[in-house]
Design a protein around this ligand. Structure first.
Ligand SMILES: Cc1cc2nc3c(=O)[nH]c(=O)nc-3n(C[C@H](O)[C@H](O)[C@H](O)COP(=O)(O)OP(=O)(O)OC[C@H]3O[C@@H](n4cnc5c(N)ncnc54)[C@H](O)[C@@H]3O)c2cc1C
Length: 370
């Protein structure tokens, strides 16, 4: 099909989950620039579902997504989309107030346990003695992005939708009620609705289409992996995060991973780890834990892309008929993807609004256009 009803640009979690939802109602095609899906942000994340990310709106989107992860639809995938991993937010004595505030903010979304120093170290023996306060959510989920991407793709294909990889969109025109995109290889596809799910490139894609950009800012984040101290019970370790945005670490494929939670503004690009942030991750592990990072096993970086107010933009553009924004998923795009896909479905097809706690107006793309 060269003329689907809906064209989705971007084969990350945003584009594929929206495409899978829409394929129930329409002929949908996804165009992905890279040879594989999830090559950029969706394949580089920390893959955690937790509520310490973002604010009330992000938490509401996460809460609304949770039933999908707990019980994915039949036939979605043959493998689990995640596994249980407790979340521990910890602090020193001087961070107690910040922890109190976070506990109050999160209590509407998760069942939290307040922990004293003993509780903190029972849950995460790798923390230094000065980690004296904590809150734990025993129902965190470590998501499997590969299973999520493949599950959405399987749903899309089972409903006759298509994915074209190696299809970088290079030109976009609007004429006669239809968007026509031309890829770098010269293939042309047209549809009445074009969904911009190009992640860090979403503003660039809008410019290609002659649509006003909304001021997206990609920010680089770095992750390193390294060996845990001998004898560490990796199975029992939580995802452990400082109450301020300084450090998180968790078990990862028989080792540990850690991030210094860097947010370095970047152009849209194939992000690479910078030596400073790599060293910072190891430094903060030494500062907060008893783990000495002797040798880095692997490292990577990815982009988290934010709108000016940190909330995603999910809506038709006000200045371009049929041009739909699905951008600005920041650091929460995996854990909110089921709710976001249902919102796209609602706005395009008219299914019931899926997240009563979030007003559609909060997601309007045109809120950024003066
Ligand atoms: C280090 C790190 C940790 C994170 N931790 C978490 C976490 O714990 N929990 C969580 O929920 N989220 C987390 N995130 C955020 C999450 O990964 C992102 O929000 C999410 O992956 C964004 O998905 P996306 O589909 O919008 O972007 P992407 O996955 O980047 O997909 C966009 C796609 O568009 C394609 N594209 C761009 N331009 C074109 C074009 N012209 N033509 C065709 N295709 C194009 C790109 O190739 C890309 O594949 C983290 C991210 C990072 C980097």
């Amino acid at each position: 099909m060269n003329n689907p009803d809906i064209l989705v640009i971007g084969g990350g979690i945003a584009g594929l989950s929206a495409a899978a939802a829409l394929s129930k109602h329409a002929r949908v095609m996804v165009l992905e620039a890279e040879e594989q899906i999830g090559y950029h942000s969706s394949g580089r994340s920390a893959t955690m579902l937790h509520y310490a990310l973002g604010d009330r709106l992000v938490r509401a989107l996460t809460l609304a997504s949770r039933p999908f992860f707990d019980d994915p639809p039949g036939g979605f995938t043959d493998v689990p989309v995640g596994h249980a991993m407790p979340v521990l937010i910890h602090g020193r004595e001087d961070e107690r107030e910040a922890l109190d505030q976070l506990e109050a903010d999160l209590s509407a979304f998760a069942q939290l346990e307040r922990l004293d120093a003993t509780g903190v170290h029972d849950l995460c023996p790798l923390l230094k003695d000065d980690a004296t306060h904590g809150i734990a959510d025993r129902r965190g989920i470590r998501l499997d992005p590969h299973a999520l991407l493949q599950g959405n793709l399987r749903q899309l294909r089972s409903r006759d939708g298509e994915l074209h990889t190696g299809a970088r969109v290079a030109a976009i025109e609007y004429a006669g009620g239809s968007w026509t995109v031309t890829t770098e290889k010269g293939e042309r596809y047209s549809a009445a609705i074009l969904i911009n799910a190009a992640g860090s490139w979403a503003d660039e894609l809008a410019r290609l289409a002659g649509v006003r950009p909304i001021g997206l800012q990609p920010k680089r984040r770095t992750i390193i992996t390294f060996d845990a101290p001998p004898g560490t019970d990796l199975e029992r370790l939580p995802f452990a995060k400082t109450v301020g945005d300084e450090l998180y670490f968790a078990p990862e494929s028989g080792r540990l991973f850690a991030s210094p939670m860097d947010e370095v503004p970047s152009e849209p690009t194939d992000a690479q780890p910078d030596e400073y942030e790599v060293a910072l991750a190891a430094y903060r592990m030494a500062e907060r834990t008893t783990v000495e990072v002797r040798q880095i096993h692997s490292k990577w970086a990815g982009l988290r892309t934010f709108t000016p107010d940190g909330h995603p933009a999910v809506d038709f553009a006000i200045d371009a008929p049929g041009f739909f924004w699905l951008a600005g998923q920041g650091g929460f795009g995996l854990q909110t993807s089921p709710a976001m896909a249902a919102i796209v479905e609602s706005l395009i097809v008219g299914t019931p609004w899926p997240v009563p706690d979030v007003e559609p107006s909060a997601l309007l793309a045109d809120r950024f256009l003066a």
